[in-house]
Design a protein. Structure first.
Length: 464
């Protein structure tokens, strides 16, 4: 049981993050303690140096004024050998060494005259005597050749290390535990979006419900942004799956009729003693229905390719006004048959970077819809506008219009409103228009009023 728990903890990102947080916290605290220790010790050493050098200069002045006897009286009055803070005072003449004050803790320490030259004047020279204390000594050579030495025991390490030893260990343990607890709390809270994403994904896998979402946080951190993107991805996937299901249902429904006709026409052509003319007509119907099925499948594949961002677009600078005129020329005969007037308001040039064939297909579908659903004697007006930030092409008709509740549905694949079912078509034209325009990083909008007509506007960016 304990081994399983340890293995789970080792595999937990929160535990590893908490452990690293605690280690970094503890290491930082230890570094601060060490830095404080050395800074304080250095300050103590600097203070000791100032005191010893000041006392050395003072005793040197006393010796020069009154000789060795005056120096001994002054040093004896100010120092007690039994006191650990007492100064060591030693006078070395060319003839002999005269110890003035030797504190008890210095013991039998002496400097021989031959070693005097190894010492620098007015500098602190540390003399390690044992593991706990140092003895700092400074000296100066006087005008008569005598050397005066003044020293003092420095137990800074012991003074500093004892409180550090009493506090660093317990404080270090507390810091590590505190760092581990605080790190665990922060890591647990920081990983909350990840746990929510995992729980949501597990719920979708187990239940198959695509409407499960992660609670959207109000903050704007990286993990919170990941939650929003995850929800957006789920929304898009749900929409795609819903559209796929609806498309499959619609395809199955819409293919049933042409396939039934194909089967009936083929059976008629295969009858015994069938009239050759009737058989030929039946085969022609088969070809027509097969073309209708192929056109439906090709359009569906184009839409799926565009929506998936995989449509290959050969974009180039194109004059949209010229493209509109070409499309109008193609549909002009159809409009004349229905006595529909096509009016264009096109500037001299309206350029955008588009795929010519795909955009011609977009304009053709919009104009075909406008003519198809506009009664005889109506009109279709096409307006184009260009600017530095984009271009817009508008198709306005005086047709039957689209009810408000159907305006969002017209972009759905194979959707056909009640009023459009009497017209021949696949129900894929507007779906293809929307997919191709959005593949160009543009947008297409619809405004319509029943009985007064509809207006489709294609907005394209990337003007060149």
């Amino acid at each position: 049981m304990s081994y399983d728990l340890l293995r789970r903890l080792r595999g937990s990102f929160v535990f590893r993050l908490s452990l690293w947080y605690a280690l970094i916290f503890a290491a930082s605290t230890a570094a601060l303690f060490v830095l404080a220790y050395f800074l304080v010790a250095r300050e103590f050493q600097h203070k000791d140096r100032e005191i010893i050098l000041a006392r050395l200069r003072e005793y040197a002045a006393v010796y020069q004024a009154g000789g060795a006897a005056a120096l001994k009286r002054r040093a004896s009055s100010e120092n007690n050998p039994a006191d650990e803070k007492s100064f060591y005072v030693n006078l070395i003449t060319p003839q002999l060494t005269v110890p003035i004050i030797v504190p008890d803790e210095w013991g039998e320490f002496r400097l021989e005259p031959g070693s005097v030259g190894l010492w620098r004047q007015f500098e602190i020279n540390r003399i390690p005597k044992d593991a706990r204390k140092d003895f700092a000594l400074a000296q100066v050579q006087l005008p008569n050749g005598a050397i005066l030495q003044v020293g003092r025991s420095t137990d800074n390490r012991a003074v500093l290390w004892q409180p550090f030893q009493r506090t660093v260990v317990p404080v270090g343990v507390v810091v590590i535990l505190l760092g581990l607890v605080v790190g665990a709390v922060f890591a647990h809270r920081a990983m909350l979006p990840v746990r929510q994403i995992v729980a949501t994904a597990r719920s979708i896998i187990q239940t198959g419900r695509l409407d499960a979402r992660v609670s959207v946080p109000t903050s704007k951190g990286e993990l919170d942004e990941m939650v929003r993107l995850f929800n957006t991805m789920l929304d898009k996937n749900q929409a795609l799956i819903r559209a796929m299901r609806e498309s499959l249902d619609n395809v199955a429904h819409d293919l049933r009729t042409p396939l039934s006709r194909l089967r009936g026409s083929a059976e008629m052509a295969l009858r015994e003693h069938a009239d050759p003319g009737a058989a030929r007509e039946a085969l022609a119907d088969c070809v027509e229905e097969s073309e209708r099925v192929l056109s439906m499948l090709t359009t569906l594949m184009d839409i799926a390719e565009a929506e998936a961002g995989m449509m290959q677009l050969k974009r180039e600078p194109v004059d949209l006004c010229r493209l509109v005129r070409e499309v109008v020329d193609i549909y002009e005969y159809v409009a004349e048959e229905k006595r529909i007037e096509i009016t264009t308001h096109l500037p001299q040039a309206c350029q955008a970077s588009v795929d010519v064939n795909r955009m011609r297909q977009v304009f053709g579908n919009l104009l075909d819809n406008a003519i198809k659903y506009t009664p005889e004697g109506g009109s279709v007006t096409i307006t184009a506008q260009g600017g530095p930030d984009g271009a817009a092409v508008e198709f306005r008709d005086t047709g039957i219009g689209i009810p408000q509740e159907e305006q969002e549905k017209v972009w759905t694949r194979l959707y056909r409103g009640d009023k459009s079912r009497s017209q021949r078509g696949l129900g894929l034209g507007l779906s293809l228009v929307k997919a191709v325009v959005e593949a160009h990083q543009g947008r297409v909008t619809l405004t319509s009023e029943v009985g007064r007509g509809s207006t489709f506007t294609v907005v394209l960016s990337g003007i060149v």
